[in-house]
Design a protein around this ligand. Structure first.
Ligand SMILES: CC(=O)N[C@H]1[C@@H](OP(=O)(O)OP(=O)(O)OC[C@H]2O[C@@H](n3ccc(=O)[nH]c3=O)[C@H](O)[C@@H]2O)O[C@H](CO)[C@@H](O)[C@@H]1O
Ligand SMILES: C=C(OP(=O)(O)O)C(=O)O
Length: 417
């Protein structure tokens, strides 16, 4: 197993190129199941989750080839409807093949993903919405088995603006008969990216980016070329890296409009962020201050940035309260940040962070993807040596993070345990 070793205390400087978005690429690659012709994707981030998705597409009968960030998928004849547990358990996003398989084949057999370190992560809202469109489900041996004739359009009002649920239903609706209206739909930029891809294939989706999405079903989709959007969570993480090390970074292809809530909180803390032609420029102001943060669905502050802003608050002046409202167990990084000298008190879904003047290197354990990123950030700021173990979590979502950081001046390397 690999670990990252960090000698902290070096301010980061330079340009960093953002990779394609993991959370956009995963559903969009699976949406290719809907398209019988070849689809050519660019800017696909070379990540462990992408490799898993490609394996899944191949198991489902798609032809896939990959050259770096370019991935070509053909979902021709002879598709299979089964997504096995071995793959689904390693990547929750696998459940997003349910909507496309039902729409394309009229059947799907996808293992129930189960929970993960950050929470239970149920899919009841996905299933209920697909049932409204005519699908029938049974659960046997841990597998969801779904069947339908051609799905029919429906008016679906989500109880909560679920990101995965909106994606699954949106993909199912593009080939359904008639109109589907999704109310209280998720508004995340990754949903917009998915809708744009589907429209490029001939789908008729409007309203994406708002909470009411309308889909006029069509009978088939055609192949296209599509470039995945840049990763806004990677962007937020590097903004935090500039601030926590007291450096100055230019995030090439960073888009402020996708991370306004994050930028606003960082600015409130004292970070300078500017949008320039060369990218987003971030540097620390004179002094950083703690702020209160509550995670919310987009356009609110993203849960995927909660751990990283906590690391930054750990070395800011004053205190701040962080409330996590999306996942019930997304505070696993707290005890590890405390090992580095942070002062954080947990109470239910809230964490009170009292800034300290410095952190001190220590061995720490990553429990999930963004927790890993927060420990790397803290390690970059800490005095002495930090070792972050179990970084397979980090590799699920950050492209060559240690190489990118090293190019910015960080003393960080990968070693095996
Ligand atoms: C709203 C939100 O911030 N969603 C995040 C969530 O998406 P992801 O798609 O994983 O999760 P959802 O948006 O669906 O879930 C958000 C909340 O709804 C609940 N829920 C969801 C589906 C369902 O069928 N039943 C149900 O009860 C979940 O338990 C959770 O509390 O994790 C991703 C990875 O960290 C993030 O990129 C998304 O931004
Ligand atoms: C937890 C995350 O991803 P996933 O939904 O793939 O687990 C994330 O992107 O922060």
């Amino acid at each position: 197993m690999d670990k990252l070793v960090i000698e902290g205390g070096v301010p980061l400087h330079g340009h960093v190129a953002l990779s394609g978005s993991k959370n956009a690429a995963l559903p969009i690659l699976l949406a290719a199941i809907l398209v019988p012709e070849k689809v050519c994707f660019a800017n696909v981030p070379p990540l462990r989750d992408i490799t898993t998705t490609i394996k899944l597409l191949q198991l489902l009968g798609c032809q896939v080839d990959q050259e770096g960030p370019e991935v070509r998928v053909t979902a021709g004849e002879g598709l299979h409807p089964q997504a096995p547990y071995e793959l689904v358990r390693t990547m929750r996003a696998s459940v997003l093949c349910l909507g496309p398989l039902l729409a394309r084949l009229g059947e799907a057999e996808v293992s129930l993903p189960g929970g993960c370190a950050i929470g239970a992560r149920p899919v009841d809202l996905h299933l209920r919405a697909l049932e409204q469109m005519g699908a029938e489900f049974t659960l046997k041996g841990g597998d969801i088995k779904g069947r339908c004739d051609r799905l029919r359009g429906a008016r679906i009002a989500f109880d909560f603006p679920t990101v995965g649920g909106t994606e699954n239903v949106l993909m199912a609706a593009v080939l359904a008969e008639g109109e589907t209206v999704l109310e209280n739909a998720a508004r995340e930029p990754e949903i917009t990216d998915l809708a744009r891809f589907l429209n490029a294939c001939g789908a008729r989706v409007t309203g994406h980016g708002t909470s009411v999405i309308r889909v006029q079903g069509v009978t088939s989709l055609r192949g296209t070329d599509y470039t995945i959007m840049p990763d806004r969570i990677e962007a937020g993480t590097y903004l935090a890296a500039a601030a926590i090390t007291d450096g100055k970074l230019v995030l090439e292809n960073g888009q402020l409009e996708h991370i306004e809530a994050v930028a606003a909180k960082l600015q409130e803390m004292g970070v300078h962020i500017e949008e320039r032609p060369e990218g987003l420029v971030a540097s620390r102001g004179k002094e950083l201050h703690g702020v209160d943060v509550t995670t919310q669905p987009y356009p609110g502050f993203p849960t995927d940035m909660q751990a990283q802003i906590m690391a930054l608050m750990a070395i800011s002046h004053g205190s701040g309260l962080i409330k996590e409202t999306i996942f019930e167990n997304r505070f696993m990084h707290v005890s590890e940040l405390v090992r580095l000298g942070a002062e954080i008190k947990l109470s239910g879904q809230s964490a009170m962070v009292r800034g300290v003047s410095s952190l001190y290197g220590a061995p720490v354990m990553a429990s999930d993807l963004r927790a890993s990123a927060s420990l790397v950030l803290a390690g970059l700021a800490a005095q002495g040596r930090t070792e972050v173990r179990r970084i397979y979590h980090l590799d699920r979502g950050y492209v060559r993070m240690e190489e990118k950081l090293r190019q910015l001046g960080a003393r960080i390397w990968r070693a095996s345990e």
